[in-house]
Write a protein that binds this ligand. Structure first.
Ligand code: SF4
Length: 257
């Protein structure tokens, strides 16, 4: 079956269907293949109307993220215990510009501590994967804790640049909201920060799962986890309301249920 083109009438009819959650795609991670709400998302349905059984896939995806979030809980506990050893001061990151002196919003966003830290993380991931290429040939088929090395790598790669993009959007949005004296609730900046935080959580869990495959240089992975954890804390501090932001469908109670 080829890709079906959704015509205007079909689109109108589709948009009226009750199963769709309004705005569910506004604060998602755009990873439709792993999304537990594809059957409730109009954007997804438009692009993949012929998809055979979205509900079954949604259930599988939910189980996958639940498994990963179990690993996150254990990892954060471990990090707490060894905070002194592994804690990283993000404030010590080099800065080339004095943020106060920078007028242009884009440059200010680029130079924000969170943006710089997230960019550094993206590069770190790139370097790590380049260095460990052979590991994937040797162990790609093995699966620990029910999550394969391939799956954990996919999670890390999916969010490698996403975290930075969303944090920058949040930083820029917050600056604009402050500039305009706008205290609209809920704030779009908090929504962007929330999805960035979720991406950080999932990346931490994925790195923790990868660690189980690494027989040597595990310290490198622990350093990355510690860095991400510091980034997580810094983002939570900068956006204290982000965690409680309710994303349509993902966090809020669905009125149709
Ligand atoms: S809500 Fe899910 S299905 Fe819809 S665009 Fe986002 S990730 Fe894709």
């Amino acid at each position: 079956m080829g890709g079906k083109v959704v015509n205007r009438d079909r689109l109108k009819k589709l948009a009226k269907e009750k199963r769709f959650i309004p705005g569910v795609y506004n604060y998602c991670d755009r990873w439709c293949e792993r999304c537990p709400l594809t059957s409730r998302c109009l954007t997804f349905s438009i692009s993949e109307e012929e998809f055979s059984d979205p509900e079954a896939k949604d259930t599988r995806n939910e189980a996958f993220w639940n498994k990963l979030s179990g690993i996150l809980g254990e990892t954060l506990e471990l990090l707490k215990e060894s905070a002194e050893k592994w804690g990283i001061e993000l404030e010590t990151l080099d800065t080339t510009d004095d943020i106060e002196a920078v007028k242009a919003k884009e440059v200010a966003t680029e130079n924000h501590l969170l943006s710089r830290a997230a960019r550094r993380y993206s590069q770190w991931v790139e370097d790590w994967f380049n260095e460990k290429e052979t590991l994937f040939f040797e162990t790609a088929a093995a699966a620990r804790e029910g999550i394969s090395l391939e799956e954990t790598s996919e999670v890390i790669r999916w969010y490698q640049y996403f975290i930075c993009a969303k944090l920058m959007r949040a930083v820029r949005g917050k600056a604009e909201e402050e500039e305009e004296g706008c205290d609209e609730f809920p704030s779009d900046a908090d929504g962007s920060a929330k999805i960035a935080l979720i991406a950080i959580d999932r990346s931490i869990a994925a790195w923790a799962a990868i660690r189980q495959y690494i027989t040597d240089s595990a310290e490198g992975v622990i350093n990355i986890i510690a860095f991400l954890d510091s980034l997580r804390q810094a983002a939570e501090k900068a956006f204290p309301n982000a965690r409680s932001f309710m994303r349509p469908g993902f966090d809020s109670i669905d009125p149709d249920d």
